[in-house]
Design a protein. Structure first.
Length: 94
Protein backbone atom coordinates (compact mmCIF):
# COMPACT_ATOMS: atom_id res chain seq x y z
CA UNK A 1 0.00 0.00 0.00
CA UNK A 2 1.33 3.41 -0.96
CA UNK A 3 0.08 6.41 1.00
CA UNK A 4 0.72 8.84 -1.92
CA UNK A 5 1.16 11.91 0.27
CA UNK A 6 -1.57 10.87 2.68
CA UNK A 7 1.07 10.21 5.35
CA UNK A 8 2.13 13.85 5.26
CA UNK A 9 -1.52 14.93 5.42
CA UNK A 10 -2.04 12.72 8.48
CA UNK A 11 1.03 14.23 10.17
CA UNK A 12 -0.22 17.78 9.51
CA UNK A 13 -3.66 17.29 11.11
CA UNK A 14 -4.45 18.94 14.43
CA UNK A 15 -4.99 16.37 17.15
CA UNK A 16 -7.25 15.17 18.59
CA UNK A 17 -9.32 14.76 15.43
CA UNK A 18 -12.20 12.56 14.34
CA UNK A 19 -13.00 10.36 11.37
CA UNK A 20 -15.67 12.86 10.30
CA UNK A 21 -13.19 15.78 10.27
CA UNK A 22 -10.68 13.80 8.23
CA UNK A 23 -13.33 12.64 5.76
CA UNK A 24 -14.73 16.17 5.33
CA UNK A 25 -11.32 17.78 4.77
CA UNK A 26 -9.17 15.03 3.23
CA UNK A 27 -11.44 12.16 2.21
CA UNK A 28 -10.45 12.44 -1.46
CA UNK A 29 -6.81 11.42 -0.87
CA UNK A 30 -6.18 8.14 -2.66
CA UNK A 31 -4.11 5.22 -1.50
CA UNK A 32 -2.49 3.02 -4.10
CA UNK A 33 -3.32 -0.60 -3.33
CA UNK A 34 -2.14 -3.84 -4.87
CA UNK A 35 -5.28 -4.14 -6.99
CA UNK A 36 -6.43 -0.55 -7.49
CA UNK A 37 -6.97 2.56 -5.41
CA UNK A 38 -9.21 3.59 -2.56
CA UNK A 39 -9.98 6.99 -1.06
CA UNK A 40 -9.27 7.76 2.60
CA UNK A 41 -12.92 8.76 3.02
CA UNK A 42 -14.15 5.35 1.83
CA UNK A 43 -11.77 3.61 4.19
CA UNK A 44 -12.57 5.66 7.30
CA UNK A 45 -16.35 5.42 6.74
CA UNK A 46 -16.05 1.71 7.58
CA UNK A 47 -14.91 2.60 11.10
CA UNK A 48 -17.78 4.82 12.15
CA UNK A 49 -17.08 7.84 14.31
CA UNK A 50 -13.77 7.62 16.14
CA UNK A 51 -11.48 10.14 17.78
CA UNK A 52 -7.74 9.96 17.10
CA UNK A 53 -5.13 11.27 19.52
CA UNK A 54 -2.02 10.81 17.33
CA UNK A 55 -1.04 10.41 13.67
CA UNK A 56 -0.12 6.80 14.40
CA UNK A 57 -3.73 6.12 15.50
CA UNK A 58 -4.95 7.34 12.10
CA UNK A 59 -2.35 5.32 10.17
CA UNK A 60 -3.20 2.13 12.05
CA UNK A 61 -6.92 2.65 11.48
CA UNK A 62 -6.45 3.26 7.77
CA UNK A 63 -4.26 0.17 7.41
CA UNK A 64 -6.73 -1.99 9.28
CA UNK A 65 -9.80 -0.82 7.33
CA UNK A 66 -8.62 -0.97 3.70
CA UNK A 67 -10.76 -3.14 1.46
CA UNK A 68 -9.97 -6.31 -0.43
CA UNK A 69 -8.08 -4.39 -3.13
CA UNK A 70 -5.16 -4.21 -0.68
CA UNK A 71 -4.51 -7.94 -0.78
CA UNK A 72 -3.35 -10.21 -3.55
CA UNK A 73 -5.49 -13.17 -4.50
CA UNK A 74 -8.53 -13.29 -2.25
CA UNK A 75 -9.10 -16.45 -0.21
CA UNK A 76 -5.65 -17.76 -1.16
CA UNK A 77 -3.15 -19.11 1.30
CA UNK A 78 -0.21 -21.38 0.66
CA UNK A 79 0.04 -22.04 4.39
CA UNK A 80 -3.37 -23.51 5.20
CA UNK A 81 -4.09 -27.18 4.64
CA UNK A 82 -6.78 -28.09 2.13
CA UNK A 83 -10.19 -28.15 3.82
CA UNK A 84 -11.96 -31.47 4.31
CA UNK A 85 -13.97 -32.44 1.24
CA UNK A 86 -11.85 -30.31 -1.12
CA UNK A 87 -9.07 -31.39 -3.39
CA UNK A 88 -5.97 -29.29 -3.45
CA UNK A 89 -2.35 -29.43 -4.46
CA UNK A 90 -0.28 -32.41 -3.49
CA UNK A 91 1.86 -31.45 -0.49
CA UNK A 92 5.53 -31.09 -1.38
CA UNK A 93 8.27 -31.42 1.18
CA UNK A 94 11.29 -29.27 0.53
Amino acid sequence: MKFNGTGEMIEALEYPTTTDEIIDNHGEHELELQRGTEQVGEILERLGTEEFETPEDVRLSVRSAVGHKAIGRRFYSDRDPTALGESGPTPLSL
